[in-house]
Ligand binder design. Structure first.
Ligand SMILES: [Zn+2]
Length: 268
């Protein structure tokens, strides 16, 4: 199970690099199943485009590295703060996507749903007022308060935090979150935006199979990533047991990294 989670984390990370959502910074994490205070996360200095399953760290919430070499990201507290406050969350993404972050910089320019899949954030996307790096556990706890029960938050003039039930679902959410922000920004240049109403979002979600959609997006994105050489097919084998496969995920392109043997991490 842990190896499968490591593979998912590496694959999702590479695909988000290919989608220009992660770059030289930003990171994903997932809880270690059955343990209340451990997570998997990449080393701080590992290039996102070359992340490999075997280099993913197993880290205690206090920052102690249990397995792997290197240090966790300096903003580990983003992840631990959310996990401590939200038992329903099993995967967290933090990234710095400027076209999305600008919504935290303009008064009155809230992120509202304009695309169906953004219905997940119909209840709102809170903006955390602290623009500095979330580098202490106190800051992580403060961020969790801002996040509340929401599924995403903006860090003012800094970046984004998106949370989900597993890595493939997280990948899908991150892709849709950015898609919605991009589309909203374009719509705002044309005139008065008419966002999806709350009841419209609820109607969409009432018939939306989140797990099935995430699986579809994950399959699409991984197939592109394999075709472009960014992800090895070896990392996509050994499907998770059905009960644990809250699959989901979003897709977007991929561009190459590892060789077909999956042993290399650098992008083409
Ligand atoms: Zn950051």
């Amino acid at each position: 199970m842990l190896e499968e989670l490591r593979r998912e984390l590496a694959v999702a990370t590479r695909m988000l690099v290919d989608a220009s959502i992660l770059n030289y910074s930003g990171h994903l994490s997932t809880r270690v199943p059955g343990v209340s205070d451990e997570l998997l996360v990449q080393p701080v200095d590992e290039p996102r485009a070359g992340l490999r399953p075997e280099t993913v760290l197993r880290v205690r919430f206090d920052g102690t590295v249990i397995e792997g070499e290197g240090r966790p990201p300096s903003e580990l507290a983003i992840h631990t703060g959310v996990y401590l406050a939200r038992p329903d969350v099993a995967a967290v993404a933090h990234f710095h996507h400027d076209p999305t972050t600008v919504f935290s910089m303009v008064e009155g320019a809230a992120i509202v749903p304009v695309k169906n899949h953004a219905s997940r954030w119909a209840a709102g996307v809170p903006v955390h007022p602290d623009p500095s790096h979330i580098s202490t556990y106190e800051q992580g706890a403060e961020l969790a308060v801002t996040l509340g029960s929401a599924h995403a938050a903006l860090l003012r003039s800094h970046g984004e935090v998106v949370v989900a039930e597993d890595v493939p679902a997280l990948f899908t959410d991150v892709v849709h979150f950015v898609e919605n922000a991009d589309t909203l920004a374009r719509a705002m240049t044309l005139g008065t935006v008419v966002p999806l109403r709350r009841y419209e979002c609820e109607r969409f979600l009432a018939t939306f199979d989140r797990r099935r959609h995430a699986r579809k997006v994950w399959r699409y994105a991984t197939s592109v990533a394999v075709a472009t050489g960014s992800v090895s097919t070896a990392w996509l084998e050994a499907p998770r047991p059905a009960a644990a496969t809250a699959t989901a995920a979003g897709g977007v392109g991929a561009v190459g990294s590892p060789g077909a043997d999956g042993n290399n991490g650098s992008r083409a």
